[in-house]
Design a protein around this ligand. Structure first.
Ligand code: SAM
Length: 476
């Protein structure tokens, strides 16, 4: 059976481990927090949507979808004034789920009349002054940059938003998200993962050998962000429609029914899927699933979730999962994107998605005003970005006073934190030698082997010598 290695991270979201990659999928300090702070907030979405009514996102290495979900949550929170995460359940009455269409899923009449058409109140986009009261923080002792300690991580990136109480309605925006991953099972399971609390850590049965994780999971619990449950429901809806073969799939049912994994899944979403699963949808799968979920939505979803859910299941939000090697998926893709989230396993584990050639491929898929965001700070990744034609900059986390990732852009003015003299020096040392995959078809093992031999042959300065000399020169 397909095996999962889940545990609750320090913000209650579920993190996974991959024995094959010998790598974690998510940061232990919080899978959801990481998605927000490394991918969504630095993208300055409010600024982008100030000038555009549609946004196209490419989520490379979707996994269980935290980057997509965090983006949607952020968008709903900022652009739907009535967005509010209630403590109540998403369904009016849980018992109803059992009754829903247990007799006849082919009841394809779509109920639309009992929806409350709340008139959309308009939102306020926060205004953040371009504060010039700056102070200095030293970053890893190598770079001093002026940072305003009064800004939170969101404000840090959105303070170039013109001070204007602009009012806009979320419904006017179109969102297109393409999600790439080679693990179909995981993608299908993505809407089922729940957000727990400190107590749920008792389910953390770390039955894999990764000592580092267990130590870090004892850190402080802090649920900074909370996902609106409508997001998982909408993703289930979209995934069932795109991949109707998942209905009646015994592998998926076995995973969902397994006692080992149950604590990590949301019981409401599971109950809903179970009902679809029990029905015979073989004849017209897409239509049947669609009407089934629509009917659940119109009859059983709590009023407080209706507005955002109506938006998410409408065609204003298009979710397109593409299963397969991200290189092939992209070679066959003709779209360009405004945001690209690159969340592959670390370069040492999954180099095929960090090569010069892969970044060149990404260059063709990024719009002129677009941005690639990634958690990697590696000199070789930054060098590959530069050689592919991008400008590279850094992602800064105010709270930790740390650089936590890299962005690649075509328009230099989108960079808020430029590479420092230290970063550029490291890029020119052996540490900056990037991975190669000439025809975008080598295995990770082949890429690693040729990279190793190139580093060994290179006459460039070693990174340790560069760091030593840099420290000496700068009296550090
Ligand atoms: C670090 S995890 C991504 C976590 C994810 N963003 C999330 O929010 O759950 C890396 C993901 O890359 C996928 N992956 C690994 N190699 C891949 C490849 N060559 N093409 C596409 N996906 C790949 C894995 O299946 C895994 O889901």
């Amino acid at each position: 059976m397909y095996k999962l290695y889940p545990y609750f991270t320090n913000d209650g979201s579920v993190g996974l481990f991959s024995p094959e990659a010998d790598d974690i999928y998510h940061s232990t300090y919080g899978a959801l927090t990481e998605a927000y702070e490394k991918f969504v907030l630095p993208a300055n979405v409010k600024y982008f949507l100030k000038n555009n009514s549609q946004i196209k996102i490419l989520d490379i290495c979707y996994g269980i979808g935290y980057n997509t979900k965090s983006f949607l949550n952020y968008f709903l929170e900022k652009f739907f004034s009535n967005f509010e995460i209630k403590n109540e359940k998403i369904f009016n009455n849980k018992a109803n789920i059992d009754k829903i269409y247990s007799n006849n899923i082919y009841n394809r009449e779509i109920y639309t009349d009992n929806i409350e058409k709340n008139s959309e109140t308009l939102i306020n986009i926060d205004t953040i002054d371009n504060d010039n009261v700056l102070c200095e923080h030293s970053i890893n002792s190598f770079q001093k940059i002026p940072i305003n300690p009064h800004l939170n991580n969101e404000a840090l990136y959105s303070n170039n938003l013109a001070c204007e109480k602009s009012l806009c309605s979320g419904q006017k925006y179109k969102i297109f998200i393409k999600a790439l991953d080679n693990d179909k099972t995981l993608l299908i399971l993505s809407p089922f993962f729940r957000q727990g609390n400190e107590d749920d850590k008792k389910y953390n049965n770390l039955n894999f050998n990764y000592e580092k994780i267990s130590k870090l999971l004892n850190n402080k619990f802090e649920a900074k962000y909370k996902l609106n449950p409508a997001i998982n429901f909408a993703l289930l809806y979209k995934i069932c429609n795109k991949l109707p073969e998942i209905i009646g799939n015994s592998e998926i049912s076995n995973i969902l029914d397994s006692n080992e994994y149950k604590p990590f899944f949301d019981s409401e979403i599971m109950a809903c899927f179970k009902k679809i699963n029990e029905s015979d949808v073989s004849e017209y799968p897409q239509e049947a699933i669609s009407s089934f979920l629509h009917n659940i939505y119109y009859n059983h979803i709590s009023t407080s979730y209706k507005i955002v859910l109506e938006y998410l299941i409408s065609d204003n939000f298009i979710f397109e999962p593409v299963i397969g090697d991200a290189r092939t998926s992209l070679i066959n893709d003709k779209d360009t994107y405004n945001l690209i989230f690159l969340d592959a396993f670390t370069p040492a584990k999954c180099p095929c998605l960090w090569t010069l050639e892969f970044f060149k491929l990404l260059y063709e898929h990024l719009s002129e005003d677009g941005m690639i965001l990634t958690y990697s700070n590696s000199a070789s990744i930054r060098n590959a970005m530069l050689n592919a034609g991008f400008y590279a900059g850094k992602i800064y986390n105010n709270e930790f006073n740390k650089f936590t990732g890299t962005i690649a852009v075509k328009n230099k003015s989108l960079i808020k934190f430029e590479l420092s003299e230290y970063d550029l020096g490291l890029i020119n040392s052996k540490a900056g030698i990037f991975y190669r995959d000439k025809n975008l078809n080598l295995s990770n093992g082949e890429i690693l082997a040729s990279h190793k031999s190139e580093v060994e042959k290179s006459c460039k300065m070693s990174s340790s010598r560069f760091i030593k000399e840099f420290k000496k020169k700068n009296c550090l």
